[in-house]
Design a protein around this ligand. Structure first.
Ligand code: ADP
Ligand code: MG
Length: 328
C-alpha cells in the first residue's frame, strides 16, 4: 500500500514538473529574440518559427540592402509579396484608425533624426518642415499587390513588423502538435497555449528607469500578445536633452506625451505593436478615450511622474505594483 502511494505521488509530481522547452536565442529584426516551445513537435516547430523570423527580418528590414522594404523605398514602387501586402494593409488600416498617431510613412523623419544609422542629429525647424512634407499616408498608394510611393516618401515598418511576425509565428504553430510557446521579440511578447503544468504566463513590464528590472507583472493563461513601446528603448542625448525614437508624425519631434511607456495586451500581435506606438504618441487622455471606443485591446501606461494606469481588463491581470484603474 505504502509503495503504491509513493508511486502515485511520484507520478503526480512528475506530471506537475514542467518539461524542458525547446528553445533558441537569435538576433534578428534589430533585436534579441528568444523562443521557447513545449510539446511533442517542439523541435520542428522551433525550426519553422526561426525560419519565419529570419524571413521577416530579411523582408521588412529598412536598412538591409535588397530587402523587400529597402527596394520599395529605393525604387518608389514594387510588386509586393503576400506577407508584405498583408502587413502593409494592416499598417494602413491601423494608421487610419489611430488618426495617424501610428504612421508607417515616418521613415524620412526617422532618418533625419539619425535613428536608423545611429548617427544622431537634432534637426532645425527648416529641416523638419521640409521632411514633414515627405510623410503622410496620402504618399502611399496601394493597387492590389502593387505599392507606389510619392516622391521622397519612404516606409518604416519598425513599429509593427515584430508584432506581425509574432502573430504569424503563433498562427504557424497551430499546425504543430505543441502545448505552448513563448516568443519574446525585444519588447514584443507572444504567448501560445498553456504550459504543460498549467501555470500562468508571467510577463514583466520593464521599469523605464531601470529597464532590466520589472516594475509590474502581468499574469494570464492562454494565447496573447503583450507589446511595450517606451521612450527608454532607443534615445540619444544632446546638450542634456534626451531625444527618443517614437516620433509624433504631426510635429516630427519625439512624442512628448507625458508617458514613459505603453504596454498593449491583445489577441492580435500586429494590432498590439502598432497600438503601443500610437498610444504612446497620443498620451494618456487621448489613449484612454481611444480605448473606451475600442474592444480589442487593454493597456498599461507609465507616466513620466512614475504613476501606473491600467485599463479595466489589464488591471485584472496586473500585480506587484500600485496602480490606478481606468474604468470603461
Ligand atoms: P520598438 O520597435 O523599439 O519596440 P515601437 O514599436 O514603438 O518600438 O517602434 C518604434 C519605431 O518605429 C521607431 O524606431 C521608428 O523606426 C518607427 N516609428 C517612430 N515613430 C513612429 C510612429 N509615430 N508611427 C510609426 N512608426 C514610428
Ligand atoms: Mg510598436
Amino acid at each position: 500500500m505504502k509503495k503504491l502511494l509513493l508511486l502515485a505521488l511520484v507520478l503526480l509530481l512528475s506530471a506537475c514538473a514542467q518539461p524542458e522547452p525547446a528553445q533558441s536565442d537569435l538576433f534578428a529584426m534589430d533585436t534579441i529574440i528568444n523562443v521557447k516551445i513545449w510539446g511533442n513537435e517542439a523541435e520542428d516547430a522551433l525550426h519553422a518559427v526561426t525560419q519565419k523570423i529570419n524571413d521577416s527580418s530579411a523582408r521588412f528590414s529598412v536598412t538591409t540592402e535588397g530587402s523587400e522594404l529597402y527596394l520599395l523605398n529605393q525604387d518608389g514602387s514594387a510588386a509586393l509579396s503576400e506577407d508584405f501586402s498583408s502587413l502593409l494593409a494592416q499598417a494602413v488600416s491601423l494608421s487610419e484608425r489611430t488618426g495617424g498617431a501610428f504612421d508607417p510613412t515616418v521613415y524620412p523623419l526617422v532618418r533625419l533624426w539619425g535613428f536608423t544609422a545611429q548617427e544622431y542629429h537634432v534637426p532645425n525647424a527648416y529641416e523638419l518642415e521640409q521632411t514633414l512634407q515627405l510623410c503622410g499616408l496620402q504618399k502611399l498608394h496601394l493597387f492590389g499587390a502593387n505599392a507606389t510611393l510619392g516622391a521622397g516618401a519612404m516606409l518604416d515598418l519598425g513599429a509593427i513588423a515584430k508584432g506581425w511576425t509574432g502573430q504569424h509565428c503563433a498562427e504557424l504553430l497551430e499546425s504543430y502538435n505543441i502545448d505552448a510557446a513563448l516568443l519574446a521579440l525585444g519588447g514584443n511578447v507572444q504567448t501560445v497555449g498553456t504550459k504543460p503544468d498549467g501555470s500562468a504566463w508571467v510577463i514583466g513590464i520593464a521599469n523605464p528607469e531601470t529597464p532590466s528590472e520589472a516594475i509590474a507583472t502581468l499574469r494570464f493563461t492562454g494565447s496573447r500578445a503583450v507589446v511595450t513601446s517606451g521612450s527608454y528603448q532607443r534615445y540619444f542625448e544632446e546638450d542634456g536633452i534626451a531625444y527618443h525614437h517614437i516620433l509624433n508624425p504631426q510635429s516630427g519631434l519625439p512624442a512628448q506625451s507625458g508617458l514613459l511607456s505603453v504596454t498593449v495586451i491583445a489577441d492580435d500581435g500586429t494590432l498590439a505593436d502598432a497600438l503601443s506606438t500610437a498610444l504612446f504618441v497620443m498620451g494618456l487622455d487621448d489613449a484612454t478615450a481611444f480605448w473606451r471606443e475600442s474592444d480589442d485591446f487593454e493597456a498599461v501606461f507609465i507616466t513620466d511622474s512614475g504613476e501606473i494606469f491600467a485599463s479595466e481588463g489589464a488591471a485584472s491581470l496586473l500585480s506587484d505594483c500600485v496602480f490606478t484603474v481606468i474604468a470603461r
